[in-house]
Design a protein around this ligand. Structure first.
Ligand code: HEC
Length: 138
């Protein structure tokens, strides 16, 4: 069996360096894979924290309750009983632009939320809808 295949030093060196190279490439791509999934996780977190979660009750508490009362029962501003029956569009016009459905301009005390923003940010339609839904549910 002395005539079996034998390898020169160069061949052995070649096999060894190929193996090492393969291992390095394997580890590197594994790490790259981990990094990629790490990035994907970051993107997901960003997506989750992108559009603010819409919570009508919280929005009402921080933007409206000070004047209309915690249960919209009235205070500086009137009780929002009529507004429960309004369409979303009418509610939008009054809250964003101070336009009562009758066409009357609301007193300037009532903020124009299109200008002041909700919690300091430009109001999104779904936020106004959520506030309306909260008021309707009271
Ligand atoms: C600084 C006080 C103040 C804040 C804050 C405020 N309002 Fe008003 N709001 C008023 C006053 C005062 C009126 C009455 C204006 C009028 O009739 O001319 C009013 C009127 C309204 C009306 C019309 C009600 C009706 O039946 O005529 C709606 C609807 C309304 N507010 C919704 C809201 C919502 C929703 C928020 C929060 C996003 C809010 N308001 C925040 C003071 C406020």
């Amino acid at each position: 069996m002395t005539d079996g295949p034998s390898f020169s030093g160069r061949e052995i060196a070649a096999v060894v360096s190929f193996t090492v190279l393969a291992a390095v490439i394997g580890v590197t791509s594994y790490r790259a894979g981990l990094n990629l999934s790490g990035n994907a996780g970051g993107a997901q977190m960003q997506a989750a924290s992108g559009p603010a979660p819409v919570n009508g009750q919280a929005l009402f508490a921080s933007n409206c309750a000070g004047c209309h009362g915690g249960q919209a029962q009235g205070g500086v501003g009137p009780a929002l009983l009529d507004a429960k029956t309004w369409t979303t569009a009418a509610f939008n016009d009054s809250v964003l632009h101070g336009k009562h459905p009758s066409g009357r301009e609301l007193a300037p005390v009532m903020p124009r939320f299109a200008q002041t923003g909700l919690d300091g940010a430009p109001p999104a339609p779904e936020q106004i809808e959520a506030i309306h839904a909260f008021v309707k549910g009271l």
